[in-house]
Write a protein that binds this ligand. Structure first.
Ligand code: AHR
Length: 546
């Protein structure tokens, strides 16, 4: 038995419909972007961009480039874990090729073990010499060997240099089970659980940076009402403690509550209830983040193909992905009412494209290809997160390897980097950079009855003072000449990369892994003006020394 999202989330489907119909209104909310459909003809030749390089906005938190690895299909088993006896080169069972690729994109955090899986995960079955074989009823009904458990996950994080974002089991677990997991992981004191951890190879306490309290508790996580969930949240928040001495005070583990999964009234009600309770919370419980899930799917069950599609599906999917802007604005506004100081982060800990499964793939494994369309989709979402950097301080694309909008695909000893991977690598300099305001006339790209902003751009300054500009040309057919005035800096050397490919549905495969890969740009700076030609359907990232 496996979960079908047709039954799982009719509400998300409805939300999608509603968001599509209000698309025009959402665009108005895009900060600092002026979309002039009437100026299409003018905009097509040249796009004027103004970068207020001396002005500083919010910090673009590195955690918006977070990943999600669920026990689902070949996401963990085969994607990360091959076991120490595998012929595939590995370190303590973890694939070396995958680790090297992930290190190169500077993954800040990994959310694990789910997803829906988390609410049926019992950590004790995944520690020690003898692992209990269980089932994974959510995802294909396959057996779960539990060979990748707590220590293997923490080892993997150590190898790639990322922080842990653990989702604890609220649905079918107990506060005691979760509290004991955290004690096992974090206590330095000689408790029985600490001794067990030491006997299992790790005497020192682990660092757990983020704790998710439940997953989609309004649906696969237990179908709870807001009030029921709130009672659980308060108990888990109080008793699931982190004892690591280095994580007290300012460095404390951040707790993330379940938030909305779409725009419908029930999610508004949920968000209001959680935020209102937090506003008046006593000392005995707290939270630091509110999760939001939003997939680009158009309708449930996912029906769009991930390969072999044309411009109609390209423009429809990108139209759908831009709904992220409206959802974030909607929930930010609600959060502002209860938390005007923006203490609580909006954590978009599941996002990305969800297409029809590849024909012939295992049901429930959520296998799809990743094309140039997904690279553009990723850039547009990262730009939205950056523009909302004050509130959106963490996000996790679903999912890291072999599942949904993956960074990496593997097949036995083979590995291929997807177009989405390349965008994450190109955007890595934006991690912990400072947002810089950009204004531009986006112009319009129209295919059939769909009109989208043609160009999207963000800018930021890194810690060394270098200016970074990311510009996407959504137009599938027309190149764009960009002329950017860099106000407030003396521009020096310019370098950059652009990611494009012959077709909107171009993909990287094990046999042809470089069809979609970054190439040097044509960007130049003269008299304070940066010029660059954006190829059709491309993502470009440029750095400017000053
Ligand atoms: O990412 C796949 C699934 O989508 C997750 O398990 C669940 O949280 C969401 O519905």
């Amino acid at each position: 038995m496996f979960l079908t999202h047709a039954s799982k989330s009719g509400s998300i489907k409805d939300a999608g419909r509603r968001q599509v119909s209000t698309f025009g209104h959402r665009l108005i909310g895009v900060a600092l972007v002026v979309v002039s459909v009437t100026a299409v003809a003018l905009a097509q030749a040249k796009v004027q961009v103004s970068v207020a390089a001396a002005k500083a906005g919010a910090r673009i938190d590195r955690n918006i480039f977070g990943q999600f690895a669920e026990h689902l299909g070949h996401g963990v088993y085969e994607g990360i874990w091959v076991g120490p006896d595998s012929k595939i080169p590995n370190t303590r069972g973890i694939r070396n090729d995958v680790v090297a690729a992930l290190k190169a994109v500077k993954v800040p955090n990994v959310r694990w073990p789910g997803g829906c899986f988390a609410d049926e995960y019992h950590w004790r079955k995944g520690v020690g010499r003898e692992r209990v074989v269980t089932l994974n009823p959510n995802w294909g009904g396959v057996t779960e060997p539990n060979s990748f458990g707590t220590h293997e996950f923490m080892d993997f994080l150590d190898q790639i240099g990322a922080e842990a974002y653990l989702s604890v089991n609220v649905g079918s677990g107990s506060p005691q089970e979760a509290a004991e997991w955290l004690e096992y992981l974090t206590t330095p004191q000689a408790t029985t659980l600490q001794k067990e951890r030491a006997a299992n190879g790790h005497p020192a306490p682990y660092r757990i940076a983020y704790l998710g309290i439940g997953n989609e508790s309004w649906d696969c996580g237990g179908n709870m009402t807001p009030d029921y969930y709130l009672s659980q949240l308060k108990i888990y928040s109080r008793f699931v403690r982190n004892f690591n001495p280095s994580q007290q005070g300012n460095q404390q583990m951040l707790k993330i509550a379940v938030g909305p999964g779409g725009g419908e009234p029930r999610f508004v009600e949920w968000t209001e209830a959680v935020m209102k309770a937090w506003q008046n919370h006593p000392w005995s419980w707290d939270m630091n983040g509110l999760s939001m899930h939003n997939y680009t799917v158009v309708r449930w069950p996912p029906a769009y193909a991930s390969v072999g599609f044309g411009e109609a599906e390209y423009s429809q999917i990108l139209k759908s992905t831009l709904e992220m802007e409206g959802l974030i604005s909607k929930y930010s506004a609600i959060m502002d009412q209860y938390d005007p100081q923006k203490k609580i982060a909006l954590v978009v800990d599941e996002w990305g494209a969800w297409y029809a499964p590849l024909p012939g793939s295992t049901p429930g494994f959520l296998v799809q290809q990743n094309s140039l369309r997904d690279a553009i989709l990723a850039a547009l979402n990262l730009n939205i997160f950056a523009r909302h950097a004050e509130r959106v301080r963490m996000a996790n694309i679903a999912q890291m390897i072999n599942v949904l909008q993956a960074m990496i695909m593997t097949d036995k000893e083979k590995m291929v980097l997807t177009p989405t991977y390349h965008v994450f690598k190109m955007y890595a300099p934006f991690q912990d950079s400072t947002f810089v305001p950009v204004t531009f006339n986006a112009g319009a790209y129209t295919h059939d009855n769909i009109t989208l902003p043609r160009v999207d751009a963000i800018a930021a300054k890194d810690k060394a003072g270098k200016l970074w500009l990311a510009i996407t040309n959504v137009d599938a057919n027309e190149a764009v000449e960009v002329e950017a005035s860099l106000v407030g800096i003396k521009a020096g050397a310019v370098t950059g990369e652009t990611l494009t490919a012959p077709r909107v549905d171009s993909v990287n495969t094990f046999d042809a892994p470089n069809t979609v890969r970054p190439q040097p740009t044509s960007a130049k700076v003269q008299s304070g003006k940066l010029t660059v030609k954006l190829e059709p359907k491309s993502v470009t990232v440029i750095s400017v020394e000053q």
